[in-house]
Design a protein around this ligand. Structure first.
Ligand code: SF4
Length: 380
């Protein structure tokens, strides 16, 4: 397979970039503080072939669990830091890589320049020989860039990744990779192409976020991976699927199947994802607020079958960390709380409903949306 000449980035016992094999990775969806369950899932993912396993850390208690987790698995561990970037000091001794989201560095310690926060993260990573990932996500781009780029959401994502790459360059920190994720494979392709054309030296982590349930989630991811990997773009990959915990290793199997097909020149024809009903759902992680999330995503898929021909996007998200932002661009959105599901029409809220009642409310919203669209006369 043709590969871009990216630089080599060591991550624990493996390395990505510079012609190293494309590393398949995944993420634990167990509660990070439940060390036994998280270690078992990390091992299951490693057993399926994952070279890197990510866990979410949102609190000092999550961070405390890392030491015990390190003892129970040999897989390279990655920590996903969201808003609490200062937890890096507590987790770095036990892991191989830290992921930070540039769009989340604005929420805490607002008066502190972003550059100083990045310098803090690079310093911690350097001290503990950790790699960093600049993980840019469509639903949480730096608000100033979103405003500047307006409709060009991909432009804002790419600029954010370029700015942070430059910040790390300026700090003399080279052990980093970048990801640019969206739930729309076309945007993932465009963003990664644009970034790679400007920074061909930086290894890229590919993924379609909130790809949803299989088989559609696998198809969306395949669309993006086929275009990018065949062009030499991508050094590590993750297939994000909405799956119950005991089936999480299927993400890894799906990634290997796509990689094998591309390597053998087997490209599948793919359905046109540009029209019809599009259900996106997050892959779930330890932040999921109610275990009924996967069942809810499956029920939404089933219940909405009748609307398959309508160009409507429905997003189903597992938690409050990414749920409110990531549902803004969908026509209808649901994000899970501990006892209630928040229903949205685009960026507006339509109320919070119990897990047993939200499906009926979604149906009402969907019917109303279809009716509104059908009542608009076609443009002459
Ligand atoms: S939306 Fe929340 S639960 Fe779902 S993957 Fe993202 S952080 Fe995890």
């Amino acid at each position: 397979m043709k590969r871009n000449p990216t630089r080599r980035v060591p991550i624990g016992s493996i390395a990505i970039g510079n012609g190293e094999p494309i590393a398949v990775q995944s993420m634990c969806a167990t509660k990070t503080q439940d060390v036994k369950a998280t270690a078992a899932q990390a091992e299951a993912l490693r057993g399926a072939g994952a070279s890197l396993v990510r866990v979410a850390v949102d609190s000092p208690k999550d961070a405390e669990a890392l030491e015990a987790l390190r003892d129970r698995t040999n897989v390279c561990l990655v920590v996903d830091l969201q808003e609490s970037y200062r937890l890096a000091t507590a987790v770095a001794p036990w892991v191989d890589k830290l992921r930070y989201n540039p769009g989340h560095l604005h929420h805490h310690e607002r008066s502190m320049p972003v550059r100083d926060k990045v310098a803090f993260l690079a310093g911690v990573a350097d001290e503990h020989r950790c790699a960093l990932r600049i993980g840019v996500n469509c639903g949480s781009v730096d608000p100033k860039l979103s405003e500047k780029f307006g409709e060009d959401a991909v432009g804002a994502m790419v600029q954010s990744a370029l700015d942070h790459s430059e910040l790390l360059d300026g700090l003399g920190f080279t052990r980093f990779c970048v990801s640019l994720k969206d739930s729309d494979p076309a945007k993932v392709i465009e963003a990664n192409r644009r970034f790679a054309s400007q920074r061909p030296d930086v290894p890229l982590h590919l993924g379609v976020t909130e790809a949803g349930l299989p088989p559609m989630g696998v198809i969306k991811t395949r669309v993006a991976f086929e275009q990018l990997l065949a062009a030499g773009i991508g050094d590590t990959v993750r297939v994000s699927l909405t799956l119950p915990n005991d089936r999480k290793p299927e993400e890894v199997a799906a990634a290997y199947e796509i990689l094998a097909d591309i390597a053998a020149g087997r490209f599948r024809s793919v359905p046109d994802l540009g029209s019809g009903l599009n259900i996106i759902s997050c892959p779930s992680c330890s932040r999921v607020e109610n275990e009924r999330f996967v069942e809810l995503a499956e029920s939404v898929l089933e219940m909405t079958e009748y609307a398959a021909s309508h160009d409507i996007t429905i997003a189903v998200m597992g938690c409050r960390v990414n749920g409110p932002g990531e549902t803004d661009d969908a026509d209808l959105g649901l994000w899970c709380g501990p006892t209630h599901v928040n229903l949205k029409r685009g960026p507006e809220t339509a109320g919070a409903f119990g897990y047993d009642e939200v499906l009926a409310r979604l149906r009402e919203e969907l019917d109303a949306l279809i009716e509104r669209r059908e009542s608009v006369p076609p443009a002459s």
